[in-house]
Design a protein around this ligand. Structure first.
Ligand SMILES: Cc1cc2nc3c(=O)[nH]c(=O)nc-3n(C[C@H](O)[C@H](O)[C@H](O)COP(=O)(O)OP(=O)(O)OC[C@H]3O[C@@H](n4cnc5c(N)ncnc54)[C@H](O)[C@@H]3O)c2cc1C
Length: 383
């Protein structure tokens, strides 16, 4: 489909094998429990997948956006939750690469080089989701520390993260002009605690938690960029992750559902022959395949563009949002059709496609809903 380097193909094959042989067998238990599996996280760490984005000089892999997308895609083919734990961890590393100063890189990357650290990204609040410019969690500089008060919700990896990028209001101006980004080190933030663990429809093997800040104290050195730069951080590194994160997850998930449906249709006998002999089923499979290939091509185009340099701002954001939106709509359609092709077995927990359908629904919502992605695409087109 695209020319990947030998190294990228090697990593892709390694992840395929890891996902199929080791992670796959543990996925059901995590889905039933509604919690991430510490064993899965351990495997990610052991295989250096939690430090893919970390620069080589800090002991990481120095993976490109394309390589990370390939890894997330292959993992999501088997389990979207594991892909989620992984990409969110890479997103904080990417943002630190772009926005961290040398001291911060040394300090945070120095700890992340062990390869077992999990990261989180926290923007959403009870009263502000899509309207992120209006968030209210406040951080006030008091001597050498920021004092943070407020509540964040729906934080992926929130229960298990070692480092969390938190967007706060420092008040330089109204709405987006008054936002800043702080790195919270879980072990070094008195007044910070993890709240409610969410029990959700899909992606049940990745944790989603509430975070509570009650006069939480965070060293002022943990501010990324300058005070008031939070929105810029969100619009650059925060936006980029939609391609190698949910975009790649959705492509992997859709590929997994298509493969399963094709094999099932070849084996299930009705009316004296396999389902795959029926034109109605053949056309459904054909449409699924067309959509998967289109989403995959768009994903690779986008991450290639991101790897080629900063590029043109409007085009970059349009490609990223189009990828997230299109790929997750495709994943929703393809997983739903896979369930349909399996008939009654499709909605049974003994078969993987009902979980894939539940997981796909989540991707249409998180990291900016697909309505918001369409707002961004339209803005880029019309400005
Ligand atoms: C599985 C999962 C993981 C998540 N992980 C994280 C995370 O790690 N960190 C984090 O900060 N957040 C996370 N979130 C939160 C997620 O990003 C928000 O749920 C999402 O941005 C939507 O916000 P909301 O839920 O408040 O919906 P609302 O903003 O209340 O929107 C409700 C509906 O209205 C639509 N809508 C809102 N505004 C507009 C508009 N201007 N135009 C058109 N339609 C609009 C939305 O598309 C949606 O359909 C996660 C959510 C989920 C489900």
């Amino acid at each position: 489909m695209m020319n990947f380097t030998d190294e990228q193909r090697m990593i892709q094959e390694m992840v395929q094998k890891l996902a199929r042989d080791k992670i796959g067998p543990m996925v059901k238990e995590a889905d039933v429990s509604g919690h991430s599996s510490s064993e899965i996280v351990r495997l990610l760490a052991e295989n250096d997948l939690l430090k893919m984005a970390l620069p080589e000089e800090y002991g990481g892999i120095g993976a490109s956006y394309t390589t990370i997308a390939l890894v997330v895609e292959e993992m999501a083919k088997v389990d979207a939750s594991t892909a989620m734990i992984l990409f969110v961890t890479q997103s904080l590393i990417q943002i630190l690469k772009q926005w961290g100063n040398e001291k911060q890189k040394e300090r945070f990357f120095g700890q992340m080089c062990s390869g077992d650290k999990v990261n989180a990204f926290s923007l959403t609040e009870p009263n502000f989701g899509s309207e992120s410019a209006a968030i209210q969690t406040k951080a006030v500089l008091d001597g050498d520390h920021y004092i943070i008060n407020g509540t964040k919700i729906f934080v992926t990896n929130g229960d298990i993260a070692d480092f969390i990028l938190v967007f706060v209001r420092t008040g330089e101006g109204e709405r987006h002009r008054g936002l800043s980004a702080l790195v919270i080190e879980k072990e070094n933030a008195p007044g910070f605690m993890v709240g409610k663990h969410e029990d959700k429809l899909g992606l049940r093997g990745s944790d989603l938690a509430e975070l509570i800040f009650q006069d939480a104290k965070v060293p002022k050195e943990n501010l990324l960029g300058q005070q008031g730069k939070g929105w810029d951080i969100l619009m650059t590194g925060g936006a980029d992750m939609r391609a190698y994160g949910p975009g790649a997850m959705a492509v992997g998930l859709a590929r997994g559902a298509l493969d399963y449906a094709v094999n099932y249709a070849k084996q299930r006998i009705q009316f004296g022959g396999p389902l795959s002999n029926l034109q109605a089923i053949r056309f459904m499979l054909a449409d699924m395949s067309i959509q998967v290939d289109a989403a995959r091509s768009l994903l690779y185009r986008t991450v290639r563009y991101m790897d080629s340099g900063p590029g043109e701002k409007g085009l970059r954001s349009r490609l990223v949002s189009s990828t997230k939106c299109f790929a997750s709509d495709v994943a929703m359609k393809v997983t739903t059709d896979a369930v349909q092709i399996l008939g009654g077995y499709g909605v049974m927990k003994d078969y993987p496609v009902e979980k894939m359908m539940r997981d796909a629904k989540m991707i249409q919502i998180f990291d900016g809903s697909n309505q918001i992605q369409r707002v961004i695409v339209a803005k880029s087109l019309l400005s």
